[in-house]
Design a protein. Sequence first.
Length: 169
Amino acid sequence: MSVEVTDVESFKTVVAQAYSEPMLDVESAVELWKVLLSDKHVGARCLGQALRGLDDIQVRDYVLVAAVTGSVDVALGTFDDVLNGTCAQSLNVASVERAMCVLRACDNYLDVVSVPLHGALAYLAWWSGDSGTAELETELALNTDATYSLALLVRHALIVGLPSPVAGN
């Protein structure tokens, strides 16, 4: 992710201000994530708005589907297709790694724990077969919100030893 920064603290302040505002509509938040996941430049305000957008499950799931399929042009509402294997031919490990880098970079600009961000990182880590990172990210999310369903799902997958979709590939 490329973010032009001249003064990191000022940038973080603008990110925090935008993050504290009400969320944009789902479509606008998804558009911001398309930009972020395409490795394009983004301003502090847009970054904060994109991070706030993760609070909406549709936006968070868009990020997950875009990551595992390698396409930012996936439609909203296709997460079930990924879970049930319909998109199995298009699973993309490189785009998952890139999305995880983007999410981690975004996290560096927040002074608070974004439960959806860490839940998404937990899922993507489990998906890519990195159970250690998945466990760490799950705990970060659940320590802030013990009821966050995606983190609980990843924790359960880890406990029962559910193999990731890329296991054995």
